[in-house]
Each structure stands twice: as C-alpha cells, then as structure tokens.
Design a protein around this ligand. Structure first.
Ligand SMILES: Nc1ncnc2c1ncn2[C@@H]1O[C@H](COP(=O)(O)OP(=O)(O)OP(=O)(O)O)[C@@H](O)[C@H]1O
Ligand SMILES: [Mg+2]
Length: 352
C-alpha cells in the first residue's frame, strides 16, 4: 500500500477586510489544520455538515487556493515526507528542508510546476450547469484542458475527446452540442469527461451526484467505480450524504469546522465511530426499518462560525458528553494503525 496524497497540518484562512483601509480584521478558518493520507487507488470519502470546509479542503489540495499553511505531498516517497516533517520540527531553517519542500511540497509550487500538476489532479463539481461554460460546444469544453496543458491539439485532441466521450457513455454526436441540450445526468458526464481527458491520477468528486435524481445517481456512481478501475484512479469523494459515501468509499474521513475528527476504513467508521460527532452524524442517517431505533441522539444545533471557532474541542457546544476539560484543552489527533481519531476526553475517560 502506498500513499498518493499526504496532507500535513493544512490550513486555508480567508481574510475578512474591514474598516476604511480595508485591512484584514479577522479570518474565516475554513480549513484549520488538516492532516491525512490518501492511498493510491482508493476512494476516500470526506463527509461533514454544510460549511465545515470540505470544498475548501479539496480546492486547496488541488492548489486552486493557495494554502495559508501546511504541506501537501503528491506521489512523494514516504521517507521524504518523514524527513521533511522531522526537519520542520528540528531544523526549520535548514537549506535541505527548503530544497526538499520546493521539490516535493505542492503548497510551494508556482508557474510551470503548477500547470503540470493540473494534468494529474482534477475536480468534478456538484452542479454541471454552473461548472460548464454554456456558450462552448462540448468538443471545446472537453478539449480545452488538452490544449491549455499542451497535451494534444487538432485531430489528435479530437480523437482523445471522442474516446473519453464514449467511455463516459455519450456518443460522438454530442461533440457539436451545447451543455443546455443535455439532461442533468448527461451534463455531469460531460464534466467527468473533461476532468478525465488529461488522464489524471487523482480526481476530487465534490458532491457529484447531488444535482441529479436517484436513478441517474446510481448510474453515475457505477460509472465512477468503473472508471476508477479502468484508469487506476484515486478519488476523494466529498458528500454530506452518508449512505452514498458508505457505498462508494474504501475509507472515510469525518470533518467538523475545519478539522478532521476521525478517519478509518468505511466499515470501522460506520460500525464503531469513535468520536461523539461521528456518532451523532451517523445516527442522523435515516434507518429504513421503522421498528428499529437509533441508540444515540442525532445532531442538534448548527455548526458554529469558522471565524471564531470554539476554544478547546470545537464540538463541545453541541456535544452530549462535553465535560469542563473539553472547553479548555484541544484534543489531539491520534494515529493508531488504520484508525486516526481525535482523542475525545469524554470517550477516552474510561481508557486513560
Ligand atoms: N472564497 C471564500 N471566501 C471566504 N469564505 C469562504 C470562501 N469559501 C468558503 N468560505 C467559507 O468557508 C467555510 C467552509 O466552506 P466550504 O464551502 O468549504 O464548506 P463545505 O463543507 O464544502 O459546505 P457544503 O457542504 O455546503 O458544500 C464556510 O463558512 C464558507 O462560508
Ligand atoms: Mg462544498
């Protein structure tokens, strides 16, 4: 098993300008210290309530946003990542650290390096009506990345476009049509073709089935699984629909207010969620059998503002198990083999 993506203490803060001089007076801490690893060839699910920072995390990883802090490694050997992490802690000003980061840490990439990276990492958004340019023909929508990245042009590009179109289930006749001439599901297929035409290794699927009805959703999910096998893709599947994430992901991370609360294999997360937030989130999934009752109370209240997140454990104002220590100390993220979790004070009380 090797890692494709390794994220270390990643932060993305959006400044809020205020006053006459429009100085930065505060910031939205959309992503606030995320550390996680994505394995080559897996579908990594990312779930959490609306506004908890999933899209921002995805866009920062793809370098569509410049990170405020932290490291992102893509296809970097494990030893190198460990060396960088050690140097960061022991010798942060060393020349070797700077050189290694410039070479491997994509949070430092600029210009041509960034352009080359775009080929390998792509994103499919929730709503193809807004993500596809309505004035462009399908052949140009899909062919554009090939030309922009200097991969192919002319007849060769057209051949590649037709090939991927057919692969996502659309015919050659779609080439000279505009996005509005398609149904929602077909439009999403165009967006998938555009993302895959440059043959990326990693694709972020950001709520890719939220804008379509249930039957189309099932077809798209099958298509994602088939394409993953055929092209050896690695996915990050973002959604707040836990039942979809459960059926498509190998592993799942639960995000809350800019941080990862826990991540593990899909089975572990759904059968034995460790953190009170994961437990409550999973308890909010409707049970198909009305005679069965959930053991735990589902979530109440709303996600607090990421401008001023709660001190201590971010979940404490909504947590049914909160104790006084939760308001003062921030719990740590623990790595325990497959499982990575925030060591909740209340849950771990019996263990410690
Ligand atoms: N460009 C931006 N400038 C300022 N704040 C932003 C920006 N983009 C996102 N935010 C804020 O960052 C927080 C996280 O937003 P984000 O869109 O990443 O959440 P999400 O988990 O994807 O939500 P959803 O499930 O609704 O898509 C929100 O409070 C949002 O208002
Ligand atoms: Mg989002």
């Amino acid at each position: 098993m090797s890692y494709l993506l390794q994220i270390r203490n990643l932060k993305k803060h959006f400044p809020i300008a205020g006053g006459v001089l429009r100085r930065s007076v505060a910031s939205v801490k959309a992503v606030d210290g995320v550390t996680l690893d994505v394995l080559k060839g897996e579908c990594f699910g990312l779930v959490g309530e609306s506004g908890c920072g999933k899209t921002t995390l995805g866009k920062t990883v793809l370098r569509l946003y410049k990170p405020s802090m932290g490291h992102i490694f893509f296809g970097t050997p494990n030893d190198t990542v460990n060396e960088i992490t050690t140097l960061e802690a022991t010798n942060p000003k060393s020349r070797r650290l700077r050189r290694l980061r410039e070479q491997y840490d994509i949070s430092m990439y600029r210009g041509r390096d960034l352009l080359l990276l775009r080929r390998k990492m792509q994103i499919v958004y929730q709503d193809p009506t807004t993500s596809l340019d309505p004035r462009m023909l399908v052949k140009d929508i899909i062919g554009e990345p090939l030309i922009a990245q200097g991969i192919a042009k002319g007849e060769e590009a057209k051949k590649m476009v037709i090939e991927i179109l057919e692969r996502v289930g659309l015919s050659e006749r779609s080439l000279y049509r505009f996005p509005h001439e398609f149904s929602g599901g077909q439009r999403q297929r165009v967006a998938i073709a555009r993302a895959l035409v440059s043959r990326p290794d990693f694709v972020i699927l950001d709520e890719p089935t939220s804008a379509v009805d249930v039957s189309v959703r099932a077809q798209l999910l099958n298509l994602f699984t088939d394409l993953q096998k055929e092209y050896g893709l690695t996915y990050m599947f973002i959604s707040h629909d836990l039942s979809i994430v459960e059926c498509i992901s190998h592993r799942v991370a639960i995000m809350y207010l800019g941080k990862i609360v826990e991540y593990s294999t899909t089975e572990e997360i759904f059968e034995k969620p460790l953190h009170p937030y994961s437990q409550a989130l999973i308890a909010s999934v409707p049970v198909p059998d009305p005679t069965q009752r959930r053991e735990r109370a589902p979530l109440t209240g709303e996600v607090p503002s990421p401008v001023d997140p709660p001190v201590g454990c971010r979940f404490h104002p909504r947590c049914p198990l909160a104790m006084s220590v939760c308001k003062q100390k921030e719990p740590l993220l623990i790595d325990a083999g497959n499982q990575h979790y925030v060591a909740c004070f209340a849950v771990n009380r019996e263990i410690s």
